[in-house]
Design a protein around this ligand. Structure first.
Ligand SMILES: [Zn+2]
Length: 453
């Protein structure tokens, strides 16, 4: 596994654990789906064309945007409710669209909440005329206050993986005739930039050229440019996360505040995902993308009574889970099968292939011990430290080590007797298998306890 290619926001390194529970490596993706960057499309002024043209364009590609409404301009409420029902975010753009919306922070939120029902409530605001109102009123009512181009205020136009320096001044780049972004290439260039930087780009669009824009007549944008941008995003969906501003902000705030811990016991892995952010604006219950080191080829993931979708890939199990919603339990690795001594090596080779598709590995013939137990159990157990030293019991019951090049490896049985000594070769290396029971594996000056079942 090439760790450099993966964006890691938070790593709980597996640590030596006494007793029968074992710490596991668990990580939160920098962005949803372990994508490399995020992009949010925002639309101001509640144009009729947002409902009739933007909505269907986003629907074509399965993406969601943010629509910032001006209460007193009486937008097409039922049309925007329809967009909310499809998963788009409806947000505030003030009551009156005055020069500065100070005094309308709470009242515009309340007015829109009375008209629009949506899962996460009205949690973001875009300032009319790019003017920042009363920041503390913004922060009491919203998780994001959006300005216009960051560069107009001496900041960057894109954000890094940690988001803005001030959540009441979240930048979004103007599109269209008066903006910096006009063509599909302009949009995709920004998305490529945040894929490179693991950052977040937001776009600010009003109406569209040649469409019914109502009051949203400033800086019309070519709808085809946005269509092309979304088409490109779909083709690069493994790298770019396109989602509404409020959803990306929830994810980012939760990711930065969350702790993820995994431990294995009795064949199950239990993951605890918690944070303690508390305010009256949001429950911060947007699902975070998690991955946990996993050696099996089949699993079921449940959080409470809810079954979570999961994917096993490259030695990890991936799933999305809501923080503070209870323990997540990964179970149902393959049932152990008794095997003849001669078939164990073949089985373990294929298990290794399956769990390390991109990882080079090495089978040491000297690792096969005489008197090998023929009934080993499929149970992933592993630990990892900051230097990517890995030790675990693989699916066929071998104590397996990786990235231990040049280090002395010693395996002790439960009586403290040395049952094996060898040198680390760096590659994936089967070190020992034997009778059921607890073993201590020492690599250099680190030790792991593990269980051959
Ligand atoms: Zn406006």
């Amino acid at each position: 596994m090439n760790y450099k290619k993966i964006s890691i926001a938070a790593v709980t390194a597996g640590m030596f654990a006494a007793g029968s529970a074992f710490a596991q490596t668990a990580e939160i993706g920098t962005w949803s789906g372990f994508r490399k960057g995020a992009a949010s499309f925002t639309f101001d002024d509640g144009a009729p064309s947002h409902v009739t043209d933007a909505g269907p364009t986003f629907k074509k590609y399965g993406y969601k945007a943010t629509f910032n409404l001006v209460v007193n301009w009486n937008p097409n409420w039922s049309g925007f409710q329809g967009l909310a029902d499809e998963g788009h975010e409806i947000a505030s753009h003030s009551n009156t669209h005055g020069q500065n919306m100070s005094g309308e922070e709470a009242s515009s939120k309340k007015a829109i909440e009375g008209k629009i029902k949506q899962k996460y409530g009205i949690i973001t605001v875009a300032y009319p005329n790019c003017n920042v109102p009363n920041e503390s009123a913004v922060k009491q009512n919203y998780i994001v206050g959006r300005i216009c181009n960051g560069s107009w205020k001496g900041m960057g136009d894109e954000m890094g993986k940690d988001g803005p320096s001030n959540w009441a001044q979240v930048p979004a780049t103007m599109t269209g005739a008066e903006g910096q972004l006009k063509s599909t290439n302009d949009f995709t260039g920004r998305m490529q930039k945040v894929i490179q930087s693991n950052g977040w780009a937001a776009f600010l669009t009003h109406g569209f050229q040649g469409k019914q824009n109502g009051n949203a007549n400033y800086s019309p944008t070519d709808l085809n440019a946005i269509d092309g941008a979304l088409k490109w995003a779909q083709q690069n969906d493994k790298d770019i996360w396109v989602a509404p501003m409020g959803h990306v902000a929830m994810y980012l705030k939760e990711r930065k505040a969350s702790k993820v811990e995994a431990s294995s016991s009795g064949g199950n892995i239990t993951v605890k995902l918690t944070h303690n952010i508390a305010d009256n604006i949001s429950k911060y219950d947007y699902p975070l993308s998690i991955r946990v080191k996993f050696d099996g080829s089949k699993a079921e993931v449940k959080q409470g009574d809810a079954k979570l979708e999961s994917k096993i890939d490259g030695g990890y199990i991936y799933f999305d889970a809501v923080p503070n919603a209870g323990d997540i339990v990964i179970s149902g690795g393959e049932a152990p099968k008794p095997e003849s001594s001669s078939s164990v090596e073949a089985t373990s080779s294929s298990a290794t292939e399956a769990s390390s598709s991109s990882r080079s590995h090495h089978h040491s013939s000297s690792s096969t011990e005489p008197g090998l137990s023929s009934a080993t159990e499929a149970l992933p157990m592993q630990a990892i430290d900051g230097r990517h030293l890995v030790a675990y019991v693989d699916a066929s019951g071998y104590i397996t080590v990786q990235n231990a090049q040049g280090l002395n490896i010693t395996v002790f049985n439960s009586l403290g007797n040395v049952v094996r000594t060898t040198k680390g070769i760096g590659m994936l290396q089967k070190v020992y298998t034997g009778a059921k029971g607890m073993y201590v594996v020492k690599i250099g000056n680190r030790a792991w306890t593990m269980n051959i079942k």
